[in-house]
Design a protein around this ligand. Structure first.
Ligand SMILES: Nc1ncnc2c1ncn2[C@@H]1O[C@H](COP(=O)(O)OP(=O)(O)O)[C@@H](O)[C@H]1O
Ligand SMILES: [Mg+2]
Length: 330
């Protein structure tokens, strides 16, 4: 087994963060990667639930064994059981040979149930039985198949609410809800946006470099973001979370002709949505903070033409210069 130290470095590489809540979540992950306890990952769509499930497997003792991702929302209900448990020949008209299901394919590795709330209650009961008894039978079969994979589950819906309404089985809920990891939405960890954006830009840069020679004229190397572009990125509320950020950076990397991503290459919805006021309300800025940022924006727009900026702000030039000094905008 590798040393604990080495593994920490890997987790940190997979989850670059400056956010306190994320750091303590990673400390918990660090403790559980080598154990068998089921893990329930909660969080809005795009916060990185799949990324975390894969990381738990990749950093844990089972990393050399299979990781099987089951997207509960995309498998049709009537096929789910055979997908999960497999079947014996003759079970259906066209079942000519035995087919191994996903639980069996996972061996002693990890099985990840993505969007578990999409499972029907009869399927929930069958899954619970397999987890509790550590075995199951293939459809149409009698022979027990051992089930020893680690179980990780995720959902973006309020499971408590579903349980209360009888739409999710309480017994399965208790079985999977041993360790719960809640990934915060991106708007609650804005300090990570520059880090994540820089990471996505690095990947886009590598992709650009490996473009077929001669397919496009040589373009400048994308180095970073213009400060205004970063400000728009950090101010936007990111309803699609990290997935949306990744798409925005990839698109900007494609469109940008200079060596730094500017506001012009960011999707229009970002520029529109990122009004200072919405960012201020979201992050609960003080009035001074809002004033400072507004003055900085107007100075940027007027290219530091103080007279024009003062006119726009409705104050005289002297007051503007005083505020500029007060807020360290010189
Ligand atoms: N911490 C992270 N660092 C880098 N990329 C991330 C991180 N979290 C998520 N991603 C990327 O963001 C996208 C959405 O993540 P995903 O795990 O699919 O979210 P969810 O399952 O919560 O909808 C994926 O492309 C994933 O690789
Ligand atoms: Mg997912």
């Amino acid at each position: 087994m590798r040393s604990k130290k080495r593994r920490e470095i890997e987790l940190r590489d997979l989850f670059r963060t400056r956010n306190r809540g994320m750091r303590s979540l990673l400390a918990t992950v660090e403790k559980l990667v080598d154990h068998d306890v089921p893990v329930l990952i909660l969080g809005e769509s795009g916060v990185g639930k799949d990324h975390l499930a894969a990381a738990i497997h990749a950093c844990g003792a089972r990393r050399e064994l299979p990781f099987v991702h089951i997207d509960c929302a995309s498998i049709p209900h009537d096929l789910f059981e055979s997908e999960l448990f497999g079947y014996e020949p003759g079970t259906f008209t066209d079942a000519k040979v035995r087919r191994i299901g996903k639980l069996e394919a996972a061996k002693d590795g990890t099985v990840y149930f993505d969007e578990i709330a999409a499972l029907t209650t009869p399927l929930q009961a069958k899954l619970l039985r397999a987890i509790e008894e550590k075995r199951f039978t293939r459809l149409g079969g009698h022979q027990n198949v051992a089930f020893a994979a680690r179980v990780i589950v995720s959902t973006n819906v309020d499971l408590d609410g579903l349980v209360a309404r009888g739409e999710f089985r309480r017994d399965l809920f208790y079985r999977i809800n041993v360790v719960t990891l809640t990934l915060p939405p991106l708007r609650e960890r804005r300090e990570d946006i520059p880090l994540l954006a820089a990471g996505f830009l690095r990947v886009a840069r590598v992709a650009r470099r490996s473009e077929a020679p001669g397919s496009t004229p040589a373009r400048k190397i994308l180095r970073s973001f213009e400060p205004e572009a970063l400000e728009v990125l950090t101010g936007y509320p990111w309803p699609g979370n990290i997935r949306e950020l990744k798409n925005v950076v990839e698109r900007a990397a494609l469109l940008e002709d200079s060596d730094r991503i500017g506001v012009g290459s960011l999707a229009e919805r970002l520029r529109d949505a990122t009004s200072l006021v919405s960012a201020a309300v979201c992050d609960q800025w003080t009035l001074d903070e809002l004033e400072k940022r507004y003055i900085r924006e107007i100075l940027r727009q007027t290219k530091s033409n103080f007279s024009r900026a003062a006119t726009i702000l409705g104050i005289n030039r002297k007051t503007l210069l005083e505020k500029r000094r007060k807020y360290g905008l010189e």
